[in-house]
Design a protein. Structure first.
Length: 144
């Protein structure tokens, strides 16, 4: 049986994600947003396109209904989002950005874009394409 030398993929992946989130938090704090949460990048980019049903925060993105509610509750508590009744179906709730949420969404999007641009400048395009391919494989292979 062959053994693997060096760091394990899962460990490097977890550490890289943690560092990315830390850098997002650091940069957003410098812009006056000191309460960044790891789900904010996803949520803000989703809501920037307009109000979304609660279901948009769940399964397609690998989250349970409970996790989706926690994300939305956090946004509402921080004043970035509001829940409203769906005009077409009163049984459904939609999430929309507040005015401060629109500002936060812009800051989050700009920060993600800046980090991505820096990464593209520092990493060989072929290596980046390979990394994206591997990460996409992992994401799709272990989906629930």
């Amino acid at each position: 049986m062959a053994t693997h030398e060096g760091p394990l993929f899962g460990d490097v992946l977890a550490l890289a994600r943690e560092r990315w989130v830390q850098e997002m938090a650091r940069r957003l704090a410098a812009r006056g947003y000191d309460d960044y949460r790891r789900s904010d990048a996803f949520a803000m980019r989703l809501l920037a396109s307009g109000p979304q049903p609660l279901g948009a925060f769940t399964r397609p993105h690998g989250r349970s209904r409970q996790a989706a509610r926690k994300i939305v509750t956090g946004l509402v508590e921080r004043g970035f989002a509001a829940l409203e009744t769906d005009q077409e179906d009163a049984r459904r709730r939609r999430v929309r950005l507040t005015t401060s949420g629109e500002d936060y969404a812009k800051a989050v999007t700009q920060t993600v874009t800046a980090l991505n641009r820096e990464l593209v400048r520092k990493v060989d395009p072929q290596e980046l394409a390979t990394a994206i391919s591997v990460l996409s494989f992992v994401k799709d292979s272990f989906a629930t």
